[in-house]
Design a protein around this ligand. Sequence first.
Ligand SMILES: Cc1cc2nc3c(=O)[nH]c(=O)nc-3n(C[C@H](O)[C@H](O)[C@H](O)COP(=O)(O)OP(=O)(O)OC[C@H]3O[C@@H](n4cnc5c(N)ncnc54)[C@H](O)[C@@H]3O)c2cc1C
Length: 267
Amino acid sequence: MRIVVAVKYVPDIHAERGFADGRVVRSAEEGTLNELDENALEAALRIIESLPEDERAVSEIVAVTIAGPEADTAVRKAYQLGVDRGVRVSDDALAGSDYFGTARALAAAVRRLAEEAPVDLVITGMAALDGLGSVVPALLAAELGLGQLTLAARLEVADGEARITRELDGVTEELVAPLPAVVSVTDHANSPRFPNFKLIMAARSKTVEEWTLADLGLDPATVGAAGARTHVLAATPRPPRPDVELVVDKGEGGRALAEYLIRNELV
Ligand SMILES: Cc1cc2nc3c(=O)[nH]c(=O)nc-3n(C[C@H](O)[C@H](O)[C@H](O)COP(=O)(O)OP(=O)(O)OC[C@H]3O[C@@H](n4cnc5c(N)ncnc54)[C@H](O)[C@@H]3O)c2cc1C
């Protein structure tokens, strides 16, 4: 079984965030693996761990990211969690990629991996916490011409099929697709493990393979700013929240709170 997991390097949600020219500012010090991609990695690890020993021995999980060298932080975290191989697709021409460009580059990386040996499954997170587009998985499936099972709250792989459970408003859907397929998992799919000491140490000596667009046979005009079908017109920081009014309860807290709500026309 060979599984590709798409992992994104995103600015740390606890750090100061910024935009420049409509793009998220990414710096090596403050970025991290997209938290929701830990669920994708965990799903892949559990599938491999559930296999019989002989199948497990020939299985591989490959983490792939589309980003600059700073994204090695995210791939290293994937190594610490237990993936076998990490690939970063970097190219100056990828700057300014929109959802389509990102999906196209990811698809090309999956196709290249499939040239080495069949890829059975591609797993992604439900969203990247910076872009929050939640569209890359569907676009990736379309680019690869594979079935897409999105927003899986549960994922099982057996008998050449991927089966997922999807929680909708008041309905639980069960979906199935033949392998290979693209699956995005939600944060309800599992609880990601913590890296253990052995894997943390082993990750230090692992290398992140770097591929360019030329390695993938991708025309630079079809990705990056040149190939983008959407353009960010403006990215305006939200105004800071108005000062918080602290109500100290010395026996009259309820009254003070009611007065606050009335004064601000909140009731
Ligand atoms: C017009 C436009 C211009 C942009 N320009 C830039 C730019 O110049 N520089 C820049 O850094 N960003 C840029 N972005 C943002 C970047 O293209 C998006 O982050 C990207 O399209 C993915 O969208 P998302 O983050 O909403 O992913 P989602 O669809 O929310 O991601 C879902 C899942 O897809 C996978 N995934 C998503 N992105 C990647 C990735 N890069 N590598 C591996 N897996 C991934 C992950 O598993 C993730 O959990 C631009 C976006 C737009 C629309």
